[in-house]
Design a protein around this ligand. Structure first.
Ligand SMILES: Cc1cc2nc3c(=O)[nH]c(=O)nc-3n(C[C@H](O)[C@H](O)[C@H](O)COP(=O)(O)O)c2cc1C
Length: 202
């Protein structure tokens, strides 16, 4: 199955080949690999180097912990996440040390999540980010302190057989990946003005 990005300029293989599957093999992720993913997240840039990210991690090796984290996902995501080897919640510390709002916190959690995702890709692992999280439930369940917000979930593992999914999800798994063209979001001079150096959309 080829889900590699069709690009108008060459991009790094890890970026082009990354995508978000729902079918995962049950094979465990080795602890060294898992630590490597979190280490990659640790070295992401952040506003004021505040490093506002936190990760709550559960693996299938600890079924009770896994079920606890699985309960934090909305039903639509629980449908396909039951057999994923690793689940994570991301949490953003949305206040700085002085108690003021850190407006860039969730931006920086996203940067850390992407670093983690690309490190995963370098190891042949795939990540699937999720906004479909029961955030209040998760915050209570994990006693997330004030000033922090449960943000997203991430499924991590090796890509599995699309046929293991229910029909509707299998269809989405096999569908080509699509993106808006560059000229719809890259401007120069003023809003909506396409830079002369931008290639024509294919
Ligand atoms: C912040 C965020 C939230 C997402 N939430 C969900 C989700 O709740 N459930 C889901 O199945 N996919 C979710 N996705 C996956 C996106 O649908 C997917 O990244 C997008 O369609 C592009 O596909 P690709 O990652 O395979 O290129 C989410 C992705 C991001 C970045």
């Amino acid at each position: 199955m080829h889900k590699v990005a069709r690009t108008v300029a060459p991009i790094h293989r890890l970026l082009a080949e990354r995508w978000s599957p729902r079918a995962f093999r049950p094979d465990p992720v080795a602890p060294e690999a898992l630590v490597g993913l979190l280490e990659a997240a640790r070295w992401a840039p952040s506003a004021g180097n505040m490093q506002p990210w936190y990760f709550i991690v559960a693996t299938q090796e600890q079924p009770e912990e896994f079920e606890k984290l699985l309960s934090c996902l909305v039903e639509g995501n629980r449908r396909w996440c039951g057999t994923v080897p690793v689940l994570m919640l991301t949490v953003a510390r949305v206040q700085d040390t002085g108690g003021d709002e850190n407006r860039w916190a969730t931006h920086d959690v996203g940067l850390a999540a992407m670093s983690l995702t690309i490190q995963a890709a370098s190891l042949g692992l795939y990540c699937h980010q999720m906004a479909g999280v029961r955030r209040q439930h998760a915050a209570q369940l994990y006693q997330v302190p004030a000033g922090h917000e449960v943000w997203t979930a991430i499924a991590v593992g090796y890509r599995g057989d699309p046929e293991s999914l229910p029909d509707d999800l299998m269809e989405r798994e096999l569908a080509p990946r699509t993106r808006k063209p560059l000229d719809s979001f890259v401007f120069s001079g003023s809003w909506g003005e396409t830079p002369a150096w931008l290639p024509e959309a294919p």
